[in-house]
Design a binder for this molecule. Structure first.
Ligand code: ADP
Length: 199
């Protein structure tokens, strides 16, 4: 089962991804984590993107696409994965789509194995959560200007990405309001996966 998790910053994507990988034993592929590791390890890639990331700008398309698709080529993704933080642009979605089609042929699995789960949350709640996370974790890109920039870029791209997946009929939208606990959201995701027949 391949799950592509979409949602604004602060929508709880990371939390839900962790719960899914724990239950289904598939790898959690978080582009943000991979990029941050490059930054902390001071790899050439890390040095190149450090400044962009700390200001909340997207990493250039060629870099992120190459890094993510290379990761998805590793054998631990054979039975699926939870992808968190990608795609963030239509181009990224298209590149992933082509890549997965090739992988389907290689692994001889059906396309119906792939599902896109979108976590829907109001901006105000997202902003509140992110500011709280900033206070607690001191993540270097969680300052208010960066958070606003990230939410803006999310909105600029999100509709195109949703439309792309809607057309393919593999999209489920999950409501996540302020008072929904992670367990409540998780159960909604699982219900949706059951209905889609991927579980
Ligand atoms: P958030 O969802 O709060 O922005 P992430 O950990 O997902 O946090 O991403 C952190 C940063 O990593 C982003 O602000 C961006 O600079 C970079 N990044 C992560 N994923 C992508 C992507 N798919 N395309 C471009 N940049 C990305």
């Amino acid at each position: 089962m391949r799950i592509i998790l979409l949602g604004a910053q602060g929508s709880g994507k990371g939390t839900q991804a962790k719960m899914l990988v724990k239950e289904f034993g598939i790898p959690h592929i978080s582009t943000g984590d991979m990029l941050r590791k490059n930054v902390s390890d001071e790899t050439p890639l890390g040095l190149e993107i450090k400044e962009l990331m700390s200001q909340g700008f997207l990493v250039p398309e060629d870099i992120i696409i190459k890094m993510t698709l290379e990761r998805l080529t590793l054998p631990d993704t054979k039975n699926g994965f939870v992808l968190d933080g990608y795609p963030r642009t239509l181009l990224q979605a298209q590149e992933l789509d082509n890549f997965l089609l090739d992988l389907d042929l290689q692994y001889k699995v059906g396309e119906s194995d792939t599902v896109v789960v979108s976590l829907d949350i109001d901006d105000e709640i997202a902003l509140k959560r992110l500011l709280k996370r900033f206070e607690q974790e001191q993540r270097s890109d969680d300052n208010e200007a960066s958070i606003r920039r990230r939410l803006e870029q999310h909105h600029a791209n999100f509709k195109d990405i949703l439309d792309f997946y809607k057309d393919q009929d593999i999209l489920v939208s999950i409501k996540a309001t302020e008072h929904d606990t992670p367990d409540i959201v998780y159960n909604r995701i699982k219900d949706a996966l059951l209905k889609l027949g991927v579980l």
